[in-house]
Design a protein around this ligand. Structure first.
Ligand SMILES: Cc1cc2nc3c(=O)[nH]c(=O)nc-3n(C[C@H](O)[C@H](O)[C@H](O)COP(=O)(O)O)c2cc1C
Length: 281
């Protein structure tokens, strides 16, 4: 919640709980109360309808609505959903009828270009690919189970944030939504890499939660957020980029795992290493 002091947008957890039980609604509305002028995203699962989406936005007076896609989490969650057949239809209706921008996001398992394309086809303008490498909801939900464990899935499902970004960036520009990168983003170098790969925004949760859990110091967590912004600017200076658009023209070498992935998926990984030359020609 202190992120507003660092002038960073903040997203709530799923407002589902606040819609089901009005007595906990104030645990969400406090975000707006404490942060009257900041950018706040409300968050809901894709099984919700337009009415609930409006309730979530109203409760937080939110600037945007995040809709999360968390099928792997639901599957491992003992009480999780098993029917995802209405998700795309719900998203399409919400995008059409709600007044604030809608961000559709994963929760740490990444997205393929087909998923991003499918979301774009129903009008979604912003997608947070949220890949593996950070918070692992298969692991978390597995620890809540008392039998039929899914330990064989831990660390084995989904794709990294890097591969998710290159997947999304391989879509033609005219149909590609704005891309947010989250999932396993741990430091300012990760932020700059994600921006250089093509992300428009970068999101973090695990890193700051962990830091706060270790230190129990709101002030030093806030200071870390602020210093991450300064480090990001410094790294852009090192890369010789004044803007994010300039950063995207810098040459980047993708690691061999990502190259192999791109090779298999028909994605032109070499163009990342030759962007400055390709731009000149
Ligand atoms: C404690 C916790 C609660 C979360 N709750 C939600 C949620 O309610 N809705 C959602 O879309 N994502 C939720 N996420 C997922 C994050 O938004 C993010 O997609 C994921 O944690 C990957 O980023 P990270 O590796 O930086 O944690 C949660 C993450 C954490 C750590």
């Amino acid at each position: 919640m202190i992120s507003y002091l660092a002038n960073i947008p903040v997203a709530s957890g799923s407002v589902s709980a606040g819609i089901k039980d009005p007595s906990v609604a104030k645990t969400f509305s406090v975000l707006r109360f404490e942060n009257p002028d900041g950018i706040i995203f409300a968050n809901l699962g894709a099984h919700h309808d337009v009415e609930n989406a409006k309730r979530a936005v109203d409760l937080l007076e939110a600037n945007a609505l995040q809709i999360h896609l968390n099928a792997p989490q639901e599957i491992v969650m003992p009480e999780g959903d098993r029917d995802f057949s209405m998700w795309l239809t719900n998203i399409e209706k919400i995008v059409r009828e709600i007044e604030v921008p809608v961000i559709v996001k994963e929760v740490g398992f990444g997205m393929s270009r087909e998923t991003v394309q499918q979301l774009a086809s129903v009008g979604v303008k912003t997608v947070d690919v949220s890949g593996t490498g950070g918070t692992d909801f298969i692991k978390i939900e597995n620890t809540r189970r008392v039998m039929d464990f899914y330990d064989f899935l831990e660390g084995q499902w989904g794709q990294s944030t890097v591969t998710s970004i290159v997947e999304a960036m391989s879509l033609p520009e005219d149909i590609r939504p704005q891309i947010i990168a989250s999932g396993g983003v741990k430091n300012p170098l990760d932020i700059v890499k994600a921006l250089a790969l093509g992300a428009d925004l970068v999101g973090m949760s695990n890193r700051f939660l962990r830091y706060f859990r270790e230190t129990h110091q709101l002030e030093s967590t806030l200071n870390q957020m602020i210093s991450f912004k300064d480090f990001t600017r410094e790294l852009m200076t090192l890369a010789g980029a004044k803007t994010i658009a300039e950063l995207r023209q810098k040459d980047m070498l993708l690691g061999s795992d990502v190259q192999n992935w791109c090779q298999a998926r028909g994605i032109d990984w070499q163009s990342y290493a030759n962007r400055s030359r390709l731009k000149r020609n």
